[in-house]
Design a binder for this molecule. Structure first.
Ligand code: ATP
Ligand code: MG
Length: 385
């Protein structure tokens, strides 16, 4: 289930295109594609790779992988080199390496003559690997432009990251384009290097999300499509996941619960309670109210760091990073807890001054008191609406 059309990324494609054109004309360039999980980093660079290959570029790709037991030194670089060997043939790569085959042979045994060459180069030396790689890229790029694509840089092993940093800082060889994708958790210092163009992928707008759904070519009823569009929050991966759960009658929200479970699992008890309370009060998550509910700024920061809440564009209040997360946490609440939090929200709103319009406050109070099973209070505010 994938949209054959990549929607809403024209400006980002243009930025990549500009970098590629610069490289074609003899310069070097580095682009970092930054964005949250599922936003479309891989999709964007896959389309770039296909296009560059069509134009006669050489593209070598390496992936950072999340390993539970440590990391593979030079893993990303080795994968890139194997990709280049596959594309160009071992003879051309060996010729391009000239006298430096031994520096990279431990990473790619084929370079040293297949199985017999395994270990022929002995250990790896970072400085030698960096030199040999830089020279190799330069030699390949004399023939035709070269793109080094690093996927998921945030998971790249430290030694490959060092090679990448070197290439970026030395602004690389002429006719080499380095493109890396990363979630926003990586080496922020490197991202600020003047030679790096950062392309940050934003969420799709509601119209673009609807367009993506259309391209998935499914016959969901319009109301379901609209619900998916809203719940997905403009993250293309969520659109696909939610749409894929359609069984002819409903969409399956277990996906939402798994997602939320992952984000709340590591929270402290107050952190989890804040998330639960917040799930019932989207639209008025002012820090003053949260303080009143007993969640100090440390707990607030914890929940923000966990990727559950973020500051809204006004900076005055918090909001859920995803509609999905809020809904999932709300669904996981026991009825008694739900009622208790609604009552506490109603009391907090009555007792605390926070920047909220009178109308919004009255509506929120009517809602919280009703859900707290206090119809008398609810009616009082409902009458004032
Ligand atoms: N602009 C888009 N239009 C249509 N589909 C898209 C778009 N962007 C991404 N998708 C689809 O959404 C899914 C997730 O995208 P992708 O794998 O590129 O995300 P990602 O940012 O690389 O995520 P991760 O951080 O997990 O690697 C893919 O199936 C992809 O084809
Ligand atoms: Mg990806």
């Amino acid at each position: 289930m994938r949209s054959p059309v990549m929607v809403g990324r024209d400006a980002d494609v243009r930025r990549l295109r500009e970098a590629a054109d610069l490289v074609s004309s003899g310069e070097s360039a580095t682009v970092l594609v930054l964005g949250e999980p599922g936003i479309g980093k891989t999709r964007l660079v896959s389309e770039l790779r296909a296009q560059l290959r069509q134009e006669g570029w050489v593209v070598g790709t390496g992936h950072g992988v999340e390993l539970s037991g440590g990391e593979v030194p030079f893993g990303v670089l080795a994968e890139t080199l194997r990709d280049l060997v596959r594309e160009l043939g071992v003879d051309e790569v060996r010729a391009a390496l000239d006298g430096q085959v031994t520096a990279l042979a431990p990473l790619v045994p084929a370079l040293a003559g297949g199985a017999a060459g395994r270990g022929a180069g002995g250990g790896t030396d970072l400085a030698q690997v960096i030199n040999a790689t830089a020279d190799l890229f330069e030699a390949i790029a004399t023939g035709r432009p070269l793109c080094w694509l690093i996927e998921d840089l945030h998971w790249a092993d430290a030694s490959s990251s060092d090679v990448f940093a070197y290439v970026v800082r030395s602004s690389g060889a002429a006719r080499v384009l380095t493109v890396a994708t990363s979630r926003p958790t990586g080496d922020t210092e490197l991202f600020r290097a003047p030679t790096v163009d950062v392309v940050e992928l934003s969420r799709l707008g509601l119209g673009e999300t609807r367009e993506q759904l259309q391209h998935l070519g499914m016959d969901h009823p319009p109301a379901i499509l609209e619900r998916i569009a809203v719940l997905s929050d403009g993250v293309p991966f969520h659109v696909e996941e939610l749409a894929a759960t359609w069984d002819g009658t409903s969409i399956d929200t277990r996906f939402l619960r798994r997602l939320a479970g992952g984000r709340t699992a590591g929270l402290s008890t107050p952190g989890r309670e804040l998330a639960e309370a917040a799930a019932l009060a989207e639209g008025h998550l002012h820090p003053a109210y949260l303080d009143q509910l007993g969640f100090d700024s440390n707990v607030q920061r914890e929940v923000v760091a966990a990727g559950l809440l973020e500051a809204d564009p006004s900076g005055e209040q918090l909001r859920f990073c995803h509609a999905l997360l809020r809904e999932a946490i709300e669904q996981s609440l026991l009825p008694a807890d739900r009622e208790r939090w609604h009552r506490r929200w109603a009391e907090a709103l009555e007792d605390t001054a926070a920047p909220m319009s009178v109308a919004a406050r009255t509506t929120a109070l009517a809602h919280h008191w009703a859900a707290a099973n206090n119809p008398a209070c609810a009616l009082r505010y409902a009458a004032a609406q």
